[in-house]
Write a protein that binds this ligand. Structure first.
Ligand code: PA5
Length: 447
């Protein structure tokens, strides 16, 4: 069985193999703390054995719900923010045709997203596009009280009811939320809306393999069983019984922590396929929210190459030497495109004639790696044999597991996000939300 691969030989000019090997015991202890539930944030470890514990009934519930939406909707709007949308968006974009919205003969509904911002123009334009369209809604909020998705849901639910009538609209809405708590749970129960549960012990950013990610991915027409199968494989590869030298998550956690210790404070996730852009956005949330606390943590950044080689490439090559790169490399693209010969060769490109576009991309990748390492940027590489559900499932679980281990190596709780509350408190105070009277007085005095 082929798996995704991690290599860090291009980091060994900056951190020694001996130093990395010294992490073996610490990483083992971190992995044991995760599996025994004795570390920080131990109430949020539901993701750890999730892939292997998903049952046939869980798949069936998601697939049947997806089937109904697929049968009845031209467009499905997924409402959610942070961990309640990034995983689904990442997988759907990675697997979809890059020009999906222009496809005329559609087998799948168009998936749109809302509730991930409060842009008035965004919501206005979305509602205009949905006029006279048969659309459905998947509203996702673990807490059920997050302002951005709640606001989008109010607008879109009202529109759907106006367009379809209240009873018909009910059949086109699915809520994913806590089993008992929160306004979304109360609303779904009171109005008799279909709902799926996100278990208490799984945080938003670790929830892509729950209905939070699986339902939108299934509605988009992708194989959620293959995705989970990949994650299952990685559960073993990154498990407690896998020795350090074979354990991808353990190695990645060790290398990035050693790089951080030696002053590499920023990790840039790199891809060479634009459809992986949102994999990076998902990864940034996973690592940023998990490790950025107590005044520490690697800053997770991302670039899309070769596009950003023409913008950020300068900084990466010659800017402050506090960065390292982790490149997601796809071994074999899903399609073949050969560069044609030209008699006149006016563009001077005949030296590429007969080669695949991917050969050019791969040489850009190799040339960039050599240049960046020469320029003082350690490089790690994660190679996917190809871009499909299985290997994305592997990648997702690999990053989740490594994040848990890495957070423990850093000494933080990788499963909370206390810092996310600060802006909300101020926003509610400024909007004079009931219950925030004191905060309103205090913040207005500062203006
Ligand atoms: O990872 C997290 O916990 C957060 O990003 C949440 O997913 C995000 O804030 C949305 O929260 P909720 O699902 O409660 O609306």
């Amino acid at each position: 069985m082929k798996h995704i691969q991690l290599s860090y030989d291009q980091a060994l000019d900056f951190v020694s193999a001996e130093k990395i090997a010294e992490y073996e015991n610490k990483v083992k202890a971190a992995n044991e703390a995760l599996h025994s539930g004795t570390g920080k944030g131990k109430d949020f470890l539901g993701w750890l054995n999730l892939p292997s514990s998903i049952q046939e009934a869980d798949f069936a519930d998601v697939e049947n719900t997806a089937k109904l939406l697929r049968e009845h909707c031209e467009v499905v709007v997924v409402i959610g923010i942070g961990g309640s949308y990034l995983g689904a968006k990442a997988v759907i974009d990675a697997l979809s045709n890059s020009f999906d919205w222009l496809m005329t003969e559609r087998k799948n509904p168009v998936i749109l997203f809302a509730g991930q911002n409060i842009g008035e123009d965004y919501l206005y334009e979305l509602q205009e596009v949905l006029k006279n369209k048969k659309f459905g809604i998947i509203c996702i909020s673990k807490s059920g009280t997050t302002t951005e998705p709640a606001l989008a849901f109010r607008l879109l639910k009202t529109q759907l009811e106006e367009q379809q009538g209240k009873e018909e609209a009910k059949k086109l809405i699915v809520c994913i939320t806590d089993k008992a708590k929160g306004a979304l749970r109360a609303l779904a129960d009171k109005e008799g809306l279909k709902s799926l549960v996100l278990e208490d012990n799984i945080g938003g950013r670790y929830s892509v393999l729950t209905p939070v990610g699986l339902l939108p991915i299934a509605v988009a027409g992708f194989d959620i069983r293959k995705l989970v199968q990949g994650a299952r494989e990685m559960e073993t590869v990154c498990g407690l019984d896998t020795p350090f030298e074979e354990n991808l998550a353990a190695q990645y956690a060790a290398v990035r922590n050693e790089l951080y210790r030696t002053g590499k404070k920023i990790e840039i996730l790199v891809n060479y396929h634009p459809k992986l852009h949102y994999i990076s956005e998902w990864w940034k949330q996973l690592y940023g929210e998990s490790e950025g606390k107590e005044n520490k943590g690697i800053y997770p950044a991302s670039v899309d190459f070769t596009t950003d080689l023409h913008s950020m490439g300068q900084w990466i090559q010659e800017g402050e030497r506090t960065i390292f790169e982790t490149v997601i490399s796809v071994k074999e693209p899903n399609h073949t495109k050969v560069i044609p010969h030209s008699e006149e060769n006016l563009d001077g490109l005949n030296f590429l004639a007969g080669k695949r576009v991917d050969e050019v991309n791969k040489m850009a990748e190799l040339g960039t790696q050599i240049a960046h390492v020469d320029g003082g940027v350690p490089n790690l590489k994660i190679e996917l044999p190809k871009l499909d559900e299985f290997y994305l499932g592997e990648l997702i679980y690999f990053f989740e597991k490594a994040c848990g281990i890495s957070g423990y190596l850093l000494g933080v709780n990788p499963f909370d996000q206390p810092g996310v509350e600060a802006y909300k408190k101020n926003m509610f105070a400024l909007l004079e939300k009931p219950g925030f009277e004191e905060e309103t007085k205090a913040i207005k005095a500062r203006l």
